[in-house]
Design a protein around this ligand. Structure first.
Ligand code: SAM
Length: 298
């Protein structure tokens, strides 16, 4: 279907999988969550979030589903399990993520999943899909216009694109290191900056896709998740020290733990600010633009 990029960047999305398993459990979803009520466990909020995404993206049996920046495959594994006749493809630039997903497919006996190791910004795909999904992915893309054009070419005529983002209610901005010494962000996110969108940012890029629906949800869902992850780090600190020592060396292990703790604390405060009404979650559903449809027919 596509040529694989055999030299993916060694980003910190290559975080040791055993660390992520320790704090997330079986469902490693590094994007939105949705707490049904106060008694929900982290795992239940992930499942609830993914069920909501399936419903809003109108996923049905028999469809082809593409997940851009699929991470550790939480969504593709969920869809492949829930809709046994869907064929599900994930794209990730991380070798360890691909290995993890393929391992999970074996454990769960799923044969309807394919994972492509590639950069979504440069990959060439011949196939088209019924549904395209992207959670926490657009934040890493600098050129929305070209990216959405490319995605529209991967959408079937009646295909839909569903995007999940964490955003600021009003203002988009770029998280970028200020100078060479300011590389904190690189311990958590890939270097090169991260776009924090506003809730409406994607709506300004409708040349190749048209809006179908748009939902926002309180930042408190993300704040709760981040606080829970922090509690789990603190509860398992010795095991994590061991994992990080093996991976980064004992001198850097504490540094990485501190980076994770600071990241989780600041992000939890940010998403909880103003009762979750300042930074929040957004879901956006697009269809293929009509002129693109017409173009593909002539
Ligand atoms: C915030 S995480 C979200 C992962 C996943 N969608 C989820 O919900 O758990 C963003 C993911 O995008 C992937 N990513 C970022 N830029 C990418 C690129 N240019 N090509 C492929 N994957 C990319 C990273 O590897 C990371 O797993």
């Amino acid at each position: 279907m596509a040529s694989e990029d055999d030299s993916p960047k060694a980003w910190l999305y290559e975080t040791p999988t055993s660390f992520l398993q320790l704090i997330y459990g079986d469902i490693i979803k590094e994007s939105g969550s949705y707490y049904k009520d106060e008694t929900s466990t982290l795992e239940e909020t992930m499942i609830h979030n993914m069920d909501l995404c399936c419903e809003r993206a109108q996923i049905k049996e028999g469809q082809s589903v593409l997940d851009l920046g699929c991470g550790y495959g939480a969504f593709i594994l969920h869809v492949a399990h829930k809709y046994k006749t869907c064929s599900v493809t994930g794209i990730t630039s991380s070798i360890s993520q691909k290995h993890y997903i393929m391992e999970q497919c074996k454990n769960l006996n799923l044969s309807n999943v394919e994972v492509l190791l590639a950069d979504v910004a440069t990959i060439k795909l011949d196939a088209t899909f019924d549904r395209i999904f992207a959670a926490g992915m657009f934040e890493h893309i600098n050129d929305y216009k070209s990216f959405l054009r490319k995605i529209s070419e991967w959408m079937k005529p009646d295909g839909l694109l569903f995007v999940e983002q964490l955003c600021n209610k009003t203002f988009p901005y770029q998280n970028k290191p200020l100078d060479d010494g300011d590389n904190w962000g690189e311990y958590v996110f890939p270097s090169g900056g991260l776009i924090i969108p506003s809730a409406s940012l994607l709506l300004y890029f409708q040349e190749d896709v048209s809006i179908v629906n748009h939902w926002t949800f309180s930042g408190k869902h993300a704040a709760n998740k981040l606080e829970e992850l922090l509690k789990r780090i603190d509860a398992k600190i010795d095991a994590i020290k061991g994992i990080f020592s093996e991976c980064y060396g004992s001198k850097d292990a504490i540094r990485f733990i501190n980076h994770w703790r600071v990241f989780l604390i600041t992000a939890a405060v940010m998403f909880g600010y103003n009762d979750g009404e300042e930074w929040m979650g957004v879901h956006v559903l697009f269809k293929k633009k009509c002129w693109r449809l017409w173009r593909s027919l002539v």
